[in-house]
Write a protein that binds this ligand. Structure first.
Ligand SMILES: [Zn+2]
Length: 327
């Protein structure tokens, strides 16, 4: 999990121009950039059901830009109502605090490597980075990095390499993203599909929340170079993958709802007014008990700073699994 200092400098020099070039090339081929698709502010614009909403993790420094997919209060209310309805539909649901101890869930994983060409800059990373990412997921979700153990482990089924410049970068919310996922998604509702590529708008990743009726958009999109050993400085230990899979398992951000009581729907993550970036010390943005949970995987801090889920998050994920993704 250590940083690779020899890889840290290349990205710093290249990231701004690379991103600009990607945005320009996107515009040139007529694909709607994600920024314009979501620029109508999420506060009132999101009439669509919350279960089709996705999430985006952003890098520090990119947050002045509009963050497209943090949920509104209305969307979280809709999602919570949907979860309750899904649970009522599931006869095999076991409620209560003991639920986490009852289940061990192995999630099959299909990784799609979207490449522009055969070069590393074109997305061609070695299999070893993907295997390391799976290890990072297993460490994080077993509590091996210092947090609560969850029910989940991950088993790589397949690496699917796809060279298609029309899907590189992956532009959030675009028709190209839809056609990519429609073409490539594999497995049932319990199968985690991870799409790796260069991403639009300097994003690190985004994910879909679970929904009652599986559709082809279901899955997680992650910046290729955020995998362990990648070139995304401060975000190259694989925790973007951990974060996005958290959403796929129905976790909100720790700052969801700000200081309001409902917050992220988990009682043991102290309320937090806004995202934390980098690795602030002793931050406390709400009057409620507890410092901001900046070390939680569901915040926006550096990979070196985030290392835990809570017991409440583990329980919330398992509840959602039983509601949405269990066989
Ligand atoms: Zn997120």
């Amino acid at each position: 999990m250590g940083l690779r200092p020899n890889l840290l400098t290349r990205r710093t020099a290249g990231v701004a121009s690379t991103t600009l070039a990607l945005l320009l090339s996107t515009a040139a081929v007529g694909v709607v950039p994600a920024a314009s698709a979501f620029s109508a502010a999420p506060t009132e614009a999101c009439a669509e059901p919350a279960d089709v909403h996705s999430d985006a993790r952003v890098k520090a420094g990119a947050h002045a830009k509009h963050e497209p997919n943090e949920l509104t209060a209305k969307e979280t209310r809709e999602r919570e109502a949907d979860l309750a309805a899904a649970l009522r539909e599931r006869a095999n649901f076991r409620a209560g605090a003991g639920a986490a101890a009852l289940a061990a869930v192995t999630i099959p994983v299909v990784v799609h490597v979207i490449q522009e060409d055969g070069t590393r800059a074109g997305g061609n990373i070695p299999d070893s980075m993907i295997n390391s990412q799976i290890s990072v997921l297993n460490e994080a979700y077993s509590g091996g990095t210092g947090g609560a153990a969850t029910a989940f482990s991950f088993q790589l089924q397949k690496i699917n390499r796809v060279t298609n410049p029309a899907w590189f970068p992956i532009v959030q919310g675009s028709s190209a993203e839809r056609s990519m996922k429609t073409s490539l998604r594999e497995g049932g509702k319990n199968t985690l599909n991870i799409y790796l590529g260069e991403l639009s708008d300097d994003l690190l990743g985004w994910a879909t929340f679970p929904k009652r009726r599986l559709d082809s958009m279901d899955g997680v999109v992650v910046l290729t170079e955020s995998l362990p050993g990648g070139t995304a400085t401060n975000y190259n230990q694989g925790d973007t993958g951990t974060h996005e899979v958290g959403h796929w398992l129905n976790l909100y951000h720790t700052f969801q709802g700000g200081c309001r009581a409902s917050g992220d729907g988990v009682s043991d993550t102290p309320a937090e007014a806004e995202p934390a970036y980098q690795c602030p010390t002793g931050r406390d943005t709400c009057t409620a008990t507890g410092l901001d949970p900046i070390t939680n995987f569901m915040d926006y801090t550096y990979d070196t700073c985030m290392y835990q889920f809570t017991a409440g998050q583990a329980e919330r994920m398992l509840t959602a699994w039983n509601a949405y993704r269990a066989a």
